[in-house]
Ligand binder design. Structure first.
Ligand SMILES: Cc1cc2nc3c(=O)[nH]c(=O)nc-3n(C[C@H](O)[C@H](O)[C@H](O)COP(=O)(O)OP(=O)(O)OC[C@H]3O[C@@H](n4cnc5c(N)ncnc54)[C@H](O)[C@@H]3O)c2cc1C
Length: 457
């Protein structure tokens, strides 16, 4: 059995930045990072390489698992803000959270070659005022968009930087954890490791596993939120005046009918809509490239309705999964519908899709989202689309494409203190798997902070 000072489960955004910071600090700790996925260079999604045109549920999914985690093949959009993307500031304070996210940005820029990639900001324009005229609320943020292509190269360089200091074991699924003689015994599908400190950084893909470990060690957990919605795709011109200014606009709206909050999320100018596989359930997501040769003519983003549940219901994620499963059942994966068909109460068919002026970037099944999504959320989304049409005319066109279901799962929030330590001694949880963060910037920042804490021990 190999002994370590620290074992980290997950080499995702938080694990990678933890490794970076410990390397930079020239740590004297013996650290091992275990990840169920592969190294960056071996992470290829067969859809993006053109081998297949739909998700074939690879195990492990290269989009979600491997060095850099869900971030590596993502759009690489780093939002420097505490207005969304997690609650890191509630644990470590607003100033420190912002400082760490700025630090992460500096590191990424350094590995990007110190170039002049634009940092978009909501401060520099009057979009906020325009939105307010229609009761739409633009959230303040700075955002750096690296794009899927550039992001992957940066992550590869980070790995090259840390690999001499930190031990890694890839394609290694951590199965169980036990506690004996003041040490953690970490059982994987290969061997058992022993460590004084154990960090759970297993992200969204490992959230169920984290919940099991927390239950085993009596660590508190709560889960009461899930966001459900669709991914919208429109010709890029419709949102160009907004995306050119801020790249990504996080706009919130409270519907008149139900008083529910609907928001735009993950905006991808000239991007692609993609399928995402979370534990075998197919949902929809989006990304875009910085290289103009790889860009599409469309902009996509999610419209999400926030659902918060009260007692006795405890598993909000299962609610989201059940709805996504319905769309998988009817569409064999992701369903797609023209907005015009949805409001007219008819399904989109192959024939109607062929006539659409907006050409889909994802090969999804044309169908009827009203058979899948509860009426309340669907009404909320329709109301939001008409509202957005006032600041982005064309949004409410018949050919606006809606893909479903997009689900934003919120991992159960693990009870941790300001050092990410649980009630179980020297058991830490950070990143998205802890429920504390929900974004690249905040997850990476939590990794940097964890490294500094561990290095001081
Ligand atoms: C398609 C897509 C696009 C996204 N785009 C953006 C974006 O543009 N901007 C943004 O801010 N956020 C984006 N996100 C979210 C972002 O990727 C996450 O917030 C971030 O990666 C969280 O980091 P993490 O370290 O907490 O977890 P992850 O990055 O998910 O890493 C977790 C790691 O743990 C490993 N793991 C899980 N379970 C086990 C186990 N049992 N044993 C061993 N290893 C395990 C996984 O292999 C994975 O590598 C996107 C997500 C997806 C899926």
């Amino acid at each position: 059995m190999k002994d370590y000072d620290v074992v980290v489960v997950g080499a995702g955004a938080s694990g990678a930045f933890l490794a970076y910071e410990l390397t930079k600090l020239k740590t004297n700790k013996k650290v091992l990072i275990l990840d169920a996925g592969r190294k960056v260079e071996n992470r290829l999604c067969p859809i993006s390489t053109g081998k297949v045109d739909h998700c074939i549920s690879c195990k492990p999914c290269n989009i979600m698992y491997g060095f850099g985690g869900a971030g590596t093949l993502s759009d690489g959009k780093y939002n420097i803000t505490t207005n969304f993307g997690g609650d890191l500031h509630e644990y470590i304070g607003e100033d420190k959270a912002m400082e760490l996210m700025e630090y992460v940005d500096d590191v990424l820029m350094k590995f990007d070659g110190g170039g002049d990639l634009e940092l978009f900001s909501t401060d520099k324009n009057d979009l906020k005022t325009k939105c307010l005229r229609y009761d739409l609320h633009l959230l303040d943020a700075k955002v750096r968009h690296f794009g899927t292509d550039r992001n992957k190269i940066i992550l590869q360089k980070i790995f090259d930087y840390v690999k001499g200091t930190i031990d890694f074991s890839f394609s290694t699924l951590v199965k169980d954890v036990n506690y004996e003689d003041d040490h953690y015994l970490i059982s994987t599908d290969k061997e058992v490791y022993r460590a004084k400190h154990l960090v759970l950084a297993a992200g969204r893909s490992g959230s169920k596993w984290i919940a099991d470990i927390c239950n085993k060690f009596d660590v508190g957990l709560k889960s009461n939120r899930v966001d459900i919605g669709v991914r919208v795709e429109v010709p890029a011109e419709v949102f160009k005046h907004i995306t050119d200014e801020v790249y990504e606009a996080k706009i919130m709206y409270q519907t008149k009918q139900y008083n529910d909050v609907v928001r735009t999320f993950c905006m991808n100018p000239y991007g692609q809509v993609v399928t995402e596989n979370t534990n075998g359930i197919l949902t929809v997501n989006g990304h875009s490239f910085t290289d103009p040769k790889l860009q599409s003519e469309n902009t996509n983003f999610a419209l999400l309705v926030t659902n918060r549940f009260t007692e006795p219901f405890k598993n909000s994620n299962e609610y989201g999964e059940s709805i996504a499963k319905l769309s998988n059942m009817l569409g064999g994966g992701v369903l797609m519908q023209r907005f015009g068909d949805l409001v007219k109460g008819r399904r989109s068919s192959e024939r109607r899709m062929k006539k659409s002026f907006t050409k889909p970037t994802l090969n999804a099944t044309a169908g009827d989202l009203s058979l899948v999504m509860p009426k309340r959320q669907l009404d909320d989304i329709i109301e939001m689309i008409y509202q957005l049409d006032k600041i982005a005319p064309g949004m409410g066109n018949d050919d606006t494409l809606l893909y479903g279901i997009e689900v934003k799962f919120y991992n159960s929030v693990v009870d941790v203190d300001e050092k990410f330590e649980t009630s179980q001694n020297r058991l830490y949880c950070l990143g998205d798997g802890s429920g504390v963060t929900h974004s690249l910037s905040q997850a990476s920042a939590s990794g940097v902070e964890m490294a500094r804490i561990l290095n001081e021990l």
